[in-house]
Design a protein around this ligand. Structure first.
Ligand code: RP5
Length: 167
């Protein structure tokens, strides 16, 4: 069994800055993960080889990020029955709407769970991956509960500070 429970694949090195959010979140939860650059159209053989071998070696969830005509997540989903989370990358021409529609509008039969565009989507992709793993992992369940508590406290604290500023 692979120690990499999650694999992040992204279409280009230009996606790395956004996907750092996903990597950081997986690190925070202590999830072992792999992170690679591979492209559905520039390196299709590599995508096929990596996804099929990673699934065989025990990777549970795949996160696939791409921009523009973003078919990477769909191609990954075609190669595995494991859950695939697609992250549409922000683009300079259409702001990521191109990536969003390319990723989310999968025809029936091969699902891709698509998150928001860009960094927010990258962060949520990691959280969703942890939620999936947590179904069979009490340690991840506890960490997710704590994460939500911390988030709630941070919002409440921000409100208290705002109220102090306002007098
Ligand atoms: C996609 O095309 C990549 O995922 C990236 O978001 C976009 C642009 O790639 P580069 O031209 O920056 O390599 O395949």
């Amino acid at each position: 069994m692979s120690k990499k429970e999650v694999a992040i694949v992204m279409g280009s090195a230009s996606d790395k800055e956004s996907m750092q959010q996903a990597a950081d979140m997986l690190e925070k939860f202590g999830v072992p993960f792999a992170w690679h650059i591979m492209s559905a159209h520039r390196t299709p053989d590599r995508v096929h080889e990596f996804i099929t071998s990673a699934a065989k070696e025990g990777t549970q969830v795949f996160i696939a990020a791409a921009g523009k005509a973003a078919h990477l997540a769909g191609v990954v989903a075609s190669l595995t029955i494991h859950p695939v989370i697609g992250v549409p990358m922000t683009t300079s021409d259409l702001g990521g709407l191109d990536s969003l529609l390319s990723t989310v509008q999968m025809p029936p039969g091969i699902p891709v769970a698509t998150t928001a565009i860009g960094k927010a989507g990258a962060k949520n992709a990691a959280l969703l991956a942890v939620s999936i793993l947590a179904l069979n992992n009490a340690g991840y369940q506890e960490k997710l509960v704590q994460y939500r508590k911390d988030q709630t406290e941070a919002v409440n604290k921000a409100d208290q500070e705002l109220q102090k500023e306002l007098g």
